[in-house]
Design a protein around this ligand. Structure first.
Ligand code: RTP
Ligand code: MG
Length: 147
């Protein structure tokens, strides 16, 4: 089953949005298979956002994502990678549709509440970086028969 890596960023944790965000993916019908509250070390942040190393905002991005605890999660379900990105909304909250997570709760691009893997390659890479093959739980859920 397809898996993706989602993370409530430090602003989302500070604003008490963990429950709201978890609830949205639960209600959609996706299944939580791993989660942890953690403070990201600088080296992990730099690796996670490595594709943006040359961008002018890289320093700020790493500083922000390491500035407080994040809630790291792995979710699974059919097409979960693309669907989660739709549910998150556009990167810049000013362009994110109402009803999406960033559209409802975000204001500026540097504090956009949630991260989500953007492809199957990045999902695999990010799940490996944050969970390192440990802490994922496979379990049957009766409700899956109804989704
Ligand atoms: P994320 O990786 O955090 O899920 O966000 P994303 O795919 O929607 O956007 P991406 O292009 O990967 O950018 C990563 C994060 O960098 C910050 N950013 N700042 N100042 C800027 O112009 C700028 N552009 C991007 C955002 O916080 C974005 O989530
Ligand atoms: Mg990205």
């Amino acid at each position: 089953m397809e898996k993706t890596f989602l993370m409530v960023k430090p602003d989302g944790v500070q604003r008490n949005l963990i429950g709201e965000i978890v609830s949205r993916f639960e209600k959609k019908g996706f299944q939580l298979v791993g989660a942890k509250l953690m403070q990201i070390p600088t080296e992990l942040a730099e690796e996670h956002y490595g594709e943006h190393k040359e961008r002018p905002f890289f320093g700020e991005l790493v500083e922000f994502i390491t500035s407080g605890p994040v809630f790291a999660m792995v979710w699974q379900g059919e097409n979960v990678i693309a669907t989660a990105r739709h549910m998150m909304g556009a990167t810049n909250p000013k362009d994110a549709a109402p009803g999406t997570i960033r559209g409802e709760y975000g204001v500026i691009v540097g504090k956009n509440i949630i991260h989500g893997s953007d492809s199957s390659e990045s999902a695999e890479r990010e799940i490996g970086l944050f969970f390192n093959g440990e802490g994922l739980v496979e379990y049957k859920r009766d409700v899956n028969n109804w989704i």
